[in-house]
Design a protein. Structure first.
Length: 210
């Protein structure tokens, strides 16, 4: 299993090169992006974040003080904007209450405890929590998304009904632990899923993993 997973990484890295993921100027921006990217593509998230930057609102206290209506309007490009505005507010309330909106204070908490705290915030599930931990806080935890499950299922690493934890453990137990590797590996899987391992019409005949 270790050999197979490492071989996949080498093939994808050779095909796509470094991904430099997650795009964001600050850890806080990455956190906001992790919530906004739920059920949408990154181009839409960029538009929403650009709106927040345009009005100089990309700061915990400024966003939290915004009315729900105003926040929803600004993040509208990301889709499901009313739901996501509520989720952002829930996260911001948690972030300000427990860490004064300070990333450095949050960084002092051990990964397992912080993950449980994030999962207790309404609207934050395992994928979003782990995205915050890996991409914003540089913690060695593997992010699992729909692309990951699809690719592993089609290559017979997991069953089609495998859950988040089982899929995540496959990587965590068989790869050398490290935020840099987990970051790059997940980003490469996303690229493979977007370009080749499509949901309805996969390009198996030209897939880099053939």
């Amino acid at each position: 299993m270790k050999r197979r997973l490492n071989l996949i990484y080498k093939k994808l890295h050779s095909r796509f090169g470094p991904q430099y993921w997650w795009p964001g100027d600050t850890p806080f921006e990455v956190m906001i992006g992790a919530i906004l990217t739920q059920n949408t593509n990154w181009l839409n998230v960029e538009k929403a974040i650009d709106n927040l930057k345009k009005y100089k609102l990309l700061a915990p206290d400024k966003l939290y003080k915004l009315s729900h209506r105003r926040l929803a309007l600004l993040i509208r490009p990301a889709g499901y904007y009313n739901i996501k505005a509520k989720r952002l507010k829930s996260f911001l309330k948690f972030f300000i209450k427990h860490y004064d909106g300070n990333v450095e204070k949050m960084s002092g908490i051990v990964t397992s405890s912080l993950r449980q705290q994030l999962l207790s915030v309404k609207g934050i599930g395992p994928e979003t929590a782990d995205s915050i931990l890996l991409y914003a806080l540089n913690r060695p935890i593997f992010v699992v998304d729909a692309y990951t499950k699809r690719i592993l299922s089609r290559h017979h690493f997991i069953g089609g009904d495998a859950g988040y934890d089982k899929t995540q453990n496959l990587f965590m137990k068989n790869l050398k632990s490290g935020a840099k590797l987990f970051n790059e590996y997940h980003a490469l899987l996303v690229e493979l899923g977007k370009e080749f391992c499509l949901k309805n019409k996969p390009k198996c005949d030209i897939c880099p993993l053939r």
